[in-house]
Design a binder for this molecule. Sequence first.
Ligand code: HAM
Length: 447
Amino acid sequence: MAYITGSVKGTQDTLPAESFKIQYIESAMRETAENFGYREMRTPVFEHTELFQRGVGETTDVVQKEMYTFEDKGGRSVTLRPEGTAGAVRAFLEHGLFNEALPEKIYYLTSCYRYEKPQAGRLREFHQFGIECFGAGTPAADAEVISLAHEIFNYLGIKNLSLEINSIGCPECRKEYHRALKEYFEGYKEELCQTCNSRLERNPMRILDCKSPVCSKIAEGAPVILDYLCEDCRAHFEGVKKLLDAMEIEYSVNSRIVRGLDYYTRTVFEFVSSEIGAQGTVCGGGRYDGLIEEMGGSPLPACGFALGLERLLLLMEKQQSEFPEPKKCDLYIASMGENALCRAAALAKELRSEGLCVQFDTVGRSLKAQMKYADKIGALYTVALGDDEIESGNITLKNMNSKSRHEMSLSDFADNFQSIIIKDAMSDFESLGLDDIDLQSILGGAE
Ligand code: HAM
């Protein structure tokens, strides 16, 4: 069959059989962020183009080459968000959240859009979990932000991720550094790509982040920012390291990390994996003390990070991480005839309101085909309802795993079913040698 069209290059679908993995990852992130006092913020998928030009920076690859920018029908230039920080800062300012108790700690789970060359771990539509901490300027804020990402990786059981940190200083100490960089890169003017040539005057640090092989080779020999930090920035960086040591979070200092976005000041960091190919940076972030002022607010320090969900999932699959089993169908009610179908629908409604997953036939299949379907979807229990059962008021519940059968009356089926679930679970756990406490914590909702 010819379909109208396939998906757009660089985008991907999450199919029902896989979605429980991403839901688990997202719930781990939400739970961890909320334990650190973060609350969710949702912002629009598109913003005025100017927001990203000013926020992310005119000389960045993201703004120069990768934005999905278009004119809407009202003639406004809008852009699909390439990242979450600029929109979060806009909303923070627009809604006067700076008047609330500071620091304001927010998290988001969003789709982002960058017109990059797709490859494993690099998409044009991807998803980020990110956090932003507005109004905290001490090294403790940087360390806590880093520890939140670290905690998420622990929660998910991720191994072999290395944390690399650096300081890229403040505008003051960067003046001297920019001079040194300019002097160095001037010597390679002929070899640098066209974009980097234009960056030479305006923002030579961006050359350090260029993806062209020639420019990155040249960048390897460039002066490093750590040698140019002012006293305050040096002390701040030492403070961050001390706190990471106190929390026993392992890291290495990588003076080559500059990050691809313009707003960073002082601490920058990345969690990197060597197991998922060239796009190994799973999480990146840092401090951005000038951005809120750049966007029109009063000066206020801030820091945060974003983590790519697709890269994280790639890594978890590589590491054969375990995911909790997705919710199964507790009961499939097969039915024959109109009366039985009505009874099945009513029973399903009652049991679903008690938190159980129940399904019945909505296709009009034969009894045999309904049972086949129940088996295919992995239903844990089934019952078959026909005129006979309705007349006699008795029904047979079948456990699809053990194949055991339980006769019971239809009128109090809901109560009986719940106790059978508990009984069967108890005998399963007894055979596994688990004690009562384990059982209670696992059964939780079924009682
Ligand atoms: P970023 O380093 O541009 O930072 O992106 C963060 C993460 O998003 C990356 O580490 C990666 O996992 C994921 N990512 C980026 N681009 C792609 C792509 N094309 N395909 C798949 N995944 C991708 C930021 O976006 C900053 N806003 C982070 C931040 C928040 N800094 C402070 N607060």
